[in-house]
Design a protein around this ligand. Structure first.
Ligand code: PHE
Length: 334
């Protein structure tokens, strides 16, 4: 045939190009209209053939338009581009870190006993981390807690315990004082399943008139019963800290092996979770508190090991490896 008309680009896009297509081919100034207008210039003997081709072309153009419109959902283009029956994208929610879950629960137990929460700096000066705590220079206790020193200034350390926060709060001079101080601490220790070079502690401090060692024991016993249940076994062992006198350490029965012996409790069946004692009179004096009027107790508890006990975690390194398969297993303790 002498005449042949085709539409090359089959429309495939969204709503905007459908309308552009309609205007281009079927509009009042569109290709189809223009071609029909050409009819008058076609020689009479060819008019029939031209007309046929033109009619087919018009049908083709209209057919494509209708098909396309149908695909888009009858012309309601915005609605058609969203398929409301498709399942939505799922949002992955983060979870709280097990350390924080455990810590929050510890804090809530002590809050119920009237302890409020205080925090202190992780980069600390020698006075608050050692000297005010009755740890003299050259005292072997400084080696007890393999300290990270800050190179630029030997007076600064990464705090080796949360006991710095006791001092900072006693120095404020507001008594009685009943606080817990959670936070991160640092020690230059070899990393293993049981130990890390950074970990968390929560410090407890209670200063008032007539605070006794019996208050200390009962407070800690209440805490472990709340945390691990009424049947939990504990034991106190005499110990030494320069900032408490007398001093003790408290062990909790290992709940991972139930006394059988495992890597976490070094096969002893017991887990050492805290150091404690009556605040040393020298420490009170260092903070300008009269030791003849006031007494107090303090304790410093690790967070990782008791949390491992609570959740049945057997390697301390898991806490800081950031593996979501580990992290998203934990829910708040109620
Ligand atoms: N600061 C001690 C430690 O980190 C723990 C402790 C705190 C002991 C308060 C007694 C009183 O080992």
């Amino acid at each position: 045939a002498a005449y042949k008309l085709e539409i090359e680009n089959t429309p495939t896009n969204g709503a905007d190009s459908l309308e552009a297509y309609r205007i281009k081919f079927l509009g009042t100034k569109g290709i189809v209209k223009n071609l029909f207008a050409e009819m008058k210039n076609v020689p009479a003997d060819q008019k029939k053939e031209f007309g046929q081709v033109l009619n087919e072309f018009k049908q083709l153009a209209e057919g494509k338009y209708e098909n396309w419109k149908e695909q888009l959902g009858g012309g309601s283009q915005k609605a058609a581009s969203i398929d409301v029956t498709l399942p939505g994208d799922s949002l992955t929610l983060g979870t709280r870190h097990p350390i924080n879950l455990f810590l929050n629960h510890v804090i809530s137990i002590f809050n119920r006993l009237g302890f409020s929460t205080a925090e202190g700096p992780e980069i600390e000066d020698d006075w608050h981390n050692f000297t005010a705590l009755n740890i003299a220079e050259n005292h072997p206790a400084r080696d007890m807690q393999d300290t990270f020193y800050i190179q630029q200034n030997p007076d600064w350390v990464l705090r080796t315990h949360t006991s710095n926060t006791q001092i900072r709060n006693m120095e404020k001079g507001v008594l009685p004082l009943r606080i817990v101080c959670p936070g991160r601490v640092y020690r230059n220790e070899t990393i293993s399943a049981r130990s890390h070079c950074f970990f968390h502690q929560i410090e407890g401090l209670y200063i008032d008139e007539n605070v006794s060692f019996a208050d200390l024991k009962q407070t800690l016993y209440f805490f472990v019963q709340e945390m691990y249940g009424k049947d939990i076994k504990i034991r106190f062992r005499p110990s030494y800290f320069p900032f408490t006198e007398p001093s003790a350490e408290m062990d909790v029965q290992c709940l991972i092996c139930h006394g059988e012996g495992c890597a976490v409790c070094k096969r002893t069946g017991w887990l050492e979770i805290l150091g404690c004692g009556m605040v040393h009179p020298k420490v009170l004096e260092n903070c300008k508190i009269d030791p003849n009027k006031y007494t107090g107790f303090a304790f410093g508890m690790g967070i990782e090991r008791p949390a491992m006990l609570k959740y049945g975690i057997n390697d301390i390194r898991l806490f800081s490896e950031n593996d979501v398969r580990f992290l998203n297993q934990f829910t708040p303790i109620t």
